[in-house]
Ligand binder design. Structure first.
Ligand SMILES: Cc1ncc(C[n+]2csc(CCOP(=O)(O)OP(=O)(O)O)c2C)c(N)n1
Length: 625
């Protein structure tokens, strides 16, 4: 149905196919393999580190992928641009854009629909996979999009509705849509999610879930394709690739006298749980306040915001499903706050703090409204979903907004405390960022958490449990022990900073002051200034593009009269001005150089400088005397 040439994927006369639902990448990759764009075996590298088969398609990594997608609702607008270009180039190729029915909730789709019709783009063909399910459940319940036929028609489109499993109907609709008729065409394809696999059909829980080996065998048998899919060869290809990745990652990790990696030895055992669960725990415990309303953005279970109403039917009226519509939900939250409610909204951090940035800025921050925004799955440790889903810039934007408070808790317990505080004791716009992966628990119920005040963590000697090897105090209560350096960290980089402190003491005898700077805004200037003044060396560590933490710390240091004639040696650990990648969470921590090993390595470099400076000044003062 589409003209293409696998030997010449960039052929200008080809039809363009945009997968606006980037999460359907596995189908796209199989399609490309069957069409001859890549060997079928290679598709087994799906979601593996640095593979061309990213969790969401990236056109710069895989020939045949037309554009990079993953943030829903953007494909049709890209299609409008391509269709306009096609017309300007007087080319008669077509632009196909594959969308989801849940995706129709994004307002941008309707902006594009308006544009396509206004410009009479009859070279643009939309296809909506109407399977009636999205992540939080049936589309009709999450946010009804029907009647889609009438909607598109009223926007000036030609509409076809087909049974998406009847290939005759599909082919004839596509052939028909290719005929120019002065307006864009959309094909609404009614489908059943998981069709042909008894245990998957129409089950929302299978969105993004990997089958076990047994389930895979059963599914292939039910589909009657066991013979056609070379499962063993695919597994072997993935296995060989993984061995090479493991080797490369291991080679790239700074080495010390022993392996200090998490839970590698008999002692220093760390318990791990995802920080996001602390958010849900707090909402469950504190949600009785009638002013609290939680807004769902179709990723509610995973980010734990649904814990607000789980097992508590009386709260359901204060649970408001907004669908996949981050921008409108953000302004709606401002409206709720204006009326005295305490709205909480959350989704992947990149959709919670970037896609809706102007709405946060103007609707919420400018009006100084009491809205809590949860940026879930922050950092590279989101894992296999890849770059489109790894928020690495959100903290720049959130810290840059007047009136906004920003908290990045270090573990599940601190996330719970921070949520408790922000929810009921703090008034104004606030952003809390947490992670998806299980990370070490390094605080207890008793550990102090004071909004805007850093904690100081000191390594006191190895213990059976990692957490017991450290002492934690509020920074303002801490008296300097003349440590050699400070590491300032936030979020799950705090446990990494603690592990770095252990490495630095055990291998080199250095004493480290770890600052848990859980509140990025307002920042604890006093704790930073004291760390700079009293230790002279500062390493910052953030799971973010370098700067959200590093530059804020630098700003405090450079503007302090106390430090105008005091040298402070600084270094920054974080993502170095690049997009994320697919891979396992801990692989990404290594690849993006945000592990304890990298922090310790940087610290050693800076401590060498400190030592040589001290030697130089000793020489100078000796010669002066
Ligand atoms: C802007 C944005 N918000 C949220 C998500 C997370 N997400 C991925 S798939 C999905 C559900 C999509 O539903 P639908 O369009 O119906 O696709 P299908 O159910 O056919 O997979 C969501 C919310 C995203 N990728 N992009």
């Amino acid at each position: 149905m589409a003209e293409h040439d696998p030997q010449n994927p960039g052929w200008t006369g080809r039809d363009r196919i945009i997968w606006s639902t980037g999460h359907k990448a596995p189908s796209l990759y199989l399609g490309l393999a069957f069409a001859g764009f890549c060997p079928l075996e290679e598709v087994a590298l799906l979601r593996r580190l640095s593979s061309p088969f990213q969790g969401h398609p990236h056109w710069l990594k895989l020939p045949g992928v037309e554009v990079s997608t993953g943030s829903l609702g953007q494909g049709l607008s890209i299609g409008v641009g391509m269709a306009l270009a096609g017309r300007l180039h007087a080319s008669d190729h077509k632009i196909f854009c594959i969308m989801g029915d849940g995706e129709q909730q994004e307002g941008q789709i309707w902006e594009a629909a308006m544009e396509a019709s206004h410009h009479k783009l009859d070279n643009l063909i939309g296809i909506a996979d109407c399977n009636r399910l999205q992540i939080d459940g049936p589309v009709a319940e999450v946010m009804n999009v029907e009647p889609l036929e009438e909607k598109y028609r009223s926007f000036g489109w030609d509409v076809r509705r087909v049974d998406g499993h009847d290939m005759k109907q599909v082919v004839s609709a596509l052939e028909d849509a290719r005929q120019p008729r002065g307006k864009p065409t959309v094909i609404l394809a009614d489908t059943v999610k998981g069709k042909g696999v008894s245990f998957m059909e129409n089950v929302a829980g299978w969105h993004g879930k990997t089958p076990t080996t047994d389930e895979l065998a059963k599914a292939l048998a039910e589909l009657g394709v066991t013979e056609r899919v070379p499962v063993q060869a695919l597994f072997e290809r993935a296995h060989r690739y993984q061995e090479e990745i493991d080797r490369q990652l291991e080679a790239g990790l700074p080495k010390f006298s022993r392996n200090y990696w998490w839970n590698n030895a008999e002692s220093m055992k760390a318990k791990m749980e995802p920080t996001r669960k602390g958010f849900g725990r707090s909402l469950a415990e504190k949600g009785d306040d009638e002013r609290i309303v939680c807004l769902g953005l179709d990723i509610s279970g995973s980010i734990t915001i649904s814990d607000f109403y789980a097992g508590k039917p009386q709260r359901k009226r204060r649970w408001i499903s907004m669908g996949i519509a981050e921008q409108s939900a953000t302004s709606a939250a401002a409206g709720l706050a204006r009326e005295g409610m305490i709205p909480v909204l959350g989704t992947y951090a990149t959709f919670a703090a970037a896609r809706n940035l102007d709405q946060i800025r103007t609707s919420i921050c400018y009006g100084n409204f009491n809205v809590m925004i949860a940026g879930a799955h922050g950092g590279v440790s989101v894992g296999p979903d890849g770059a489109t889903h790894q928020a690495l810039e959100d903290l720049f934007a959130m810290c840059g907004l007047p009136n906004m408070s920003v908290v990045v808790p270090c573990d599940i317990e601190e996330t719970r405390k921070a949520t408790d505080y922000l929810l009921l004791e703090h008034a104004g716009p606030k952003y809390i960022r947490f992670a998806r992966e299980a990370t070490p628990i390094v605080t207890t119920k008793e550990t102090p958490f004071v909004f805007g005040k850093a904690n100081i963590i000191r390594f006191r000697g190895e213990a059976a449990n990692f957490i017991d090897a450290f002492g934690t105090q509020l920074a303002s209560d801490y008296e300097s022990e003349g440590e050699d350096l400070s590491i300032i960290a936030c979020g799950p980089m705090v446990p990494e900073a603690m592990r770095a402190a252990w490495i630095l003491k055990s291998d080199f005898g250095y004493e480290t002051r770890v600052l848990n700077l859980h509140t990025l805004k307002p920042i604890d200037e006093q704790a930073i200034l004291r760390a700079a003044h009293e230790t002279g060396v500062i390493v910052t560590a953030e799971e973010h593009q370098i700067g959200a933490l590093a530059w804020r710390v630098s700003a405090v240091i450079t503007e302090a009269p106390l430090l105008h004639d005091v040298p402070v040696i600084t270094g920054a650990i974080g993502v170095q001005d690049r997009f994320g990648d697919s891979g396992a969470p801990w692989e990404l921590i290594k690849l993006f150089e945000v592990s304890a090993e990298h922090i310790a390595h940087k610290a050693i470099e800076l401590l060498e400088i400190k030592k040589s400076r001290q030697q130089e000044s000793a020489l100078v003062s000796g010669s002066v005397r």
